[in-house]
Design a protein around this ligand. Structure first.
Ligand code: SF4
Ligand code: SF4
Length: 349
């Protein structure tokens, strides 16, 4: 049933679904079409208040606004389809993006606000470096149901190209009144490594001008069998990316580092896997991970399907699933404790 649901989430191919429920029927309508660029631009051209509703203002300030008040959304959707993430269902697997003039106009409008301090805190979307390219086949006929765009490897039909975002960042940084433009949304390092022409200049531009001390990446794990169940790229790419990032940061004489997100107790992951992850993190990354999250089953993901059924939905094989709260916490602690004992402070090199 879940696979039927999932295969009916692309607006170009989805059909409405219904399920009989006692004497009634539950109906799921097909998703709305992906926004065209002109519709997307028009949406962001509306006269938003950029502030919290007065009703909430009377009860105090909404802290979450601080991080987004001066951030710019450049695109929606994600090609990633990581198994634990519902973005592919919420926003779609097709990336749509705003035009550069629309984004530059928003930046100029932000810079004219009296509370603007010269800093744009984020330019991005679900994954920062998916701006400005999409598979032609997907745009015409919808997503493939028999393969994925980025897993186990990046599909040759995906025209990965970081140049549109590099150009955009340069233009934003050159606007009057803007001192800094940061990329705080997470990036997919496998895409940077795969983009032979535009990947290196993009990373150079990020390192030189757009990292606010930390660049966020989300390897989530390091054990390849867990990564495979997560739908994430294999471990080797992270080490290569870290070497490049550290090298460029050192060359630019900048003290900045990568922030890594990890998940404990994902279906397929046991305590021994987390201990191995801890060892890897300590030896190879030389960091103290702060962003370790215990897997939370959320609606609309393949990982939740694995959690519930105890099976890999693609092969039917049994999957180890940790369900006891204490053992889940132990998985998280296995990474944090061991790393605390042997860690250096994060930094260049
Ligand atoms: S975790 Fe990130 S890359 Fe993966 S599907 Fe979600 S937004 Fe995309
Ligand atoms: S052809 Fe490749 S890139 Fe295009 S939708 Fe299918 S899997 Fe994704």
């Amino acid at each position: 049933m879940f696979i039927d649901f999932y295969n009916n989430t692309d607006p170009l191919t989805a059909r409405g679904l219904y399920q009989r429920q006692d004497t009634r029927h539950l109906v799921q309508n097909p998703p709305a079409p992906v926004l065209t660029q002109s519709a997307f631009d028009a949406l962001y051209d509306l006269d938003f208040e950029h502030d919290q509703h007065p009703f909430y203002a009377r009860q105090g300030s909404v802290r979450a606004l601080d991080t987004i008040r001066f951030s710019i959304t450049t695109h929606r959707g994600c090609h990633g389809e990581c198994n634990f993430c519902a973005i592919a269902v919420h926003q779609g697997q097709t990336v749509s993006w705003r035009s550069a003039p629309s984004i530059l106009k928003e930046a100029r409008d932000l810079s004219a606000r009296p509370d603007f301090k010269g800093i744009i805190h984020d330019v991005g979307g679900p994954t920062a470096n998916m701006y400005g390219y999409e598979c032609k086949k997907k745009l015409k006929k919808g997503c493939c149901q028999d393969k994925r765009c980025l897993f186990p490897e990046i599909c040759p039909q995906m025209p990965v190209d970081h140049n549109p975002q590099t150009r955009l960042l340069k233009k934003l940084a050159a606007l009057p009144g803007i001192k800094k433009v940061f990329v705080a949304s997470g990036i997919r390092y496998d895409l940077i490594l795969a983009d032979k022409a535009g990947g290196a200049p993009y990373l150079q531009q990020l390192v030189d001008r757009h990292v606010s001390g930390q660049l966020k990446i989300a390897p989530e794990h390091m054990e390849d069998h867990v990564l495979a169940l997560m739908g994430k790229p294999a471990n080797a790419q992270l080490v290569e990316f870290k070497q490049r990032f550290d090298h460029l940061s050192a060359r630019a004489d900048k003290r900045q580092f990568l922030t890594y997100y990890f998940i404990a107790a994902h279906p397929g992951c046991n305590l021994a896997d987390m201990r191995k992850l801890g060892g890897f993190v300590r030896r190879r990354l030389k960091i103290n991970p702060e962003q370790v999250q215990i897997f939370t089953p959320t609606p609309s993901t393949f990982a939740t399907l694995m959690y519930y059924t105890g099976r890999d939905p693609f092969t039917g094989q049994k999957v180890y699933v940790e369900k006891a709260t204490r053992s889940k916490i132990a998985q998280k602690e296995a990474l944090l404790k061991k790393t605390r004992m042997g860690s250096k402070k994060p930094g260049r090199g």
